[in-house]
Write a protein that binds this ligand. Sequence first.
Ligand code: SAM
Length: 297
Amino acid sequence: MTDPTAAPATDSAATPTFDPHALPPLRDVIARFDLGAKKSLGQNFLLDLNLTGRIARSAGPMKGVTAIEVGPGPGGLTRALLATDAVKVIAIERDRRFIEALQDVVDAAAGRLSIVEADALTVDPEALAPAPRAIVANLPYNVATPLLLGWLARIDSYVSLTLMFQKEVADRLVARPGSKAYGRLSVITQWRSDARVLFNLPPRAFTPPPKVESTVVQLTPRANPEPADWKALEQVTAAAFGQRRKMLRQSLKSLGNAEALLEEVGIAPTARAEEIDVAGFAALARAHRARNPVETS
Ligand code: SAM
């Protein structure tokens, strides 16, 4: 039984203040631990604490929230997250070199920072952090899309995802029907979340500078997503956008009787994938699933 006189957990103590500037400059940390950037791990660091502060604040109110960061690297964004009201920061880093380098931040964080050495693609953040939880990360671009898809599948478990992507990927996440960037990733993202661009950053904001522009995007769970199952939506969007210039009666042939499927959901057989909105794809996914029930044994 809960003690009715106990204060709510989130109010029991004020979040201690953390000064990101009180620790050695990030350039010194990189030099001291010889942390040359590895391209294979998408390492482009943010060394300007004003910038990392801007990203952390753009995640929104953090009171009572556990922040999950993927790829803390030398810790610029980690420090900024510790300066918010987040109850705790859990940072998942694959490159062992940073674990030792982050120890000063762990010590200064007075129990509010845990570092998990792991490949984020294999980690279930829900098992690491209690709700309410939010992910905030300057993502390694080589694995950004698979990471996002994994989190989107369980988006209701998060208050928000505030993530840095290469601009071209960010454009696809928020693209509307009829635009060149609109595709599978747009449909799946917007089916599960409200996605909005917060701001762009030029290559020179990073060390070393990547070849591309970058964009911070925030995704929050969509209140009433169109009913559809993930697998069926993947199948119809893969077929439709796999041949995006073709009419749907042609591109959806691999799913069976495309004309009947389209007629059932009221979409013209001459329409093309890029004209169909999220609600249209969800309807196609439902009709496709109804014709191809999942086998259970
Ligand atoms: N957060 C730091 C910053 O903003 O300066 C570093 C960001 S850097 C773009 C990406 C970070 O993700 C690097 O520290 C890299 O080692 C880490 N990383 C790359 N692949 C990873 C993976 N699969 N799982 C966890 N971390 C990964």
